[in-house]
Design a binder for this molecule. Structure first.
Ligand code: TRP
Length: 339
């Protein structure tokens, strides 16, 4: 008998060009999981709507993110890639979850607490407050086993675990408990100013910058003022930290030695970083541009993904509906919620 592969599921918001931090922290590890897992990934356009206000841009960013995943190696014949909002079953399960979720749980969410501390919570869209419920539904509706995410999302996965537990305890074991998968060997990715790479700090390097702009961004990385001839500590330098994430282990060891030996300047290191980035991302950039030139094909990929995602979501939602007494015929839930 064929056993089901573990399902890996994650979502990413279409808020603009992905940067190296997104690539290393989430996109690259998520794509790698398609070799061992049944991979379901989606563009979280409903979640983006808590802040997005430009419909043209939202659509464009959705296509760009789709092209990004495909260009970087997501295989839509093996994996399921789709738009969150193409699966309406998610919204119904979210309602069911909200009915077994205490207000207290949502009041503890980091995003809400941050707004509260600034005294701005009354201005927060209710959708932002409800965000963890929708996200839990995103995960639970596909019977996900693991959710590859950055460390900042772990609280949300734990809330999804809580909601699944509350639902199963209140009704019947209909929902599978997911586990967060934080890739421990991915450190916080530094941006050009040495702080965590983030769009909001304007220190990000976008994945598909044209070659010259990429080189320029690398040359602009802030380094300390150690003179060329002096030895340098690779572990304290942003250029080295980025280099090792794209270079081979041998290349990394060689650069580590050069830093410690001296007579090797940050300019040289930046040159080497620009080269490994171009080696890794250059061919993907070409695929990305070719894909974006054919948006109808991207739409086909999303449509086909949504069809396959919905088939799973429908089953899980039906299980949850019958567990809580909705619908005409109460079928007993049949899921094994153990993983
Ligand atoms: N909240 C996630 C982020 O901001 C995006 C997201 C939405 C997500 N739904 C999800 C991630 C479900 C994992 C699983 O990055």
């Amino acid at each position: 008998m064929e056993t089901r592969r573990k399902r890996s599921l994650s979502g990413i918001k279409p808020t603009g060009a992905p940067h190296l931090g997104n690539h290393l922290g989430m996109i690259r590890p998520a794509i790698a999981l398609q070799d061992t897992h049944d991979a379901f990934y989606f563009v979280a356009d409903w979640h983006a709507l808590t802040t997005a206000r430009d419909p043209k841009l939202l659509r464009q960013h959705t296509l760009e993110l789709t092209a990004t995943f495909l260009a970087l190696g997501l295989d839509p014949t093996r994996s399921v890639f789709f738009r969150q909002s193409d699966v309406p079953e998610v919204q119904e399960l979210a309602w069911l979850l909200s009915c077994v979720t205490n207000l207290g749980l949502l009041l503890r969410a980091h995003a809400y607490k941050a707004a509260e501390e600034k005294g701005e919570h009354n201005l927060l869209p209710a959708g932002t407050f409800y965000y963890p419920v929708l996200m839990a539904s995103d995960i639970l509706v596909y019977d996900a086993d693991v959710v590859p995410v950055g460390r900042d999302q772990v609280q949300h996965i734990e809330m999804a675990q809580d909601m699944a537990g509350h639902f199963n305890a209140a009704f019947a074991p209909a929902l599978r408990r997911p586990e967060p998968l934080v890739l421990e060997d991915v450190p916080t990715i530094p941006g050009t100013d040495g702080r965590k790479m983030s769009k909001s700090y304007q220190n990000a390097i976008d994945v598909f910058l044209p070659e010259r702009a990429l080189r320029k961004a690398v040359m602009g990385i802030k380094t300390d003022s150690t003179p060329v001839e002096d030895p340098k500590d690779p572990d304290k330098d942003t250029v080295f930290m980025l280099y090792r994430l794209y270079a081979t282990p041998e290349e990394t060891a060689a650069m580590d030695q050069r830093y410690r030996a001296g007579n090797y300047g940050y300019g040289h290191a930046k040159q080497a970083l620009a080269e490994v980035l171009e080696r890794d991302l250059g061919p993907a950039r070409e695929r990305y541009n070719a894909l974006l030139a054919r948006p109808a094909e991207l739409d086909d990929v999303l449509r086909d993904g949504a069809r396959r995602a919905r088939a799973v979501a429908r089953e899980v939602l039906d299980r949850a509906r019958s567990a809580c007494g909705l619908g005409a015929v109460a079928k007993a839930p049949t899921v094994s919620t153990k993983s």
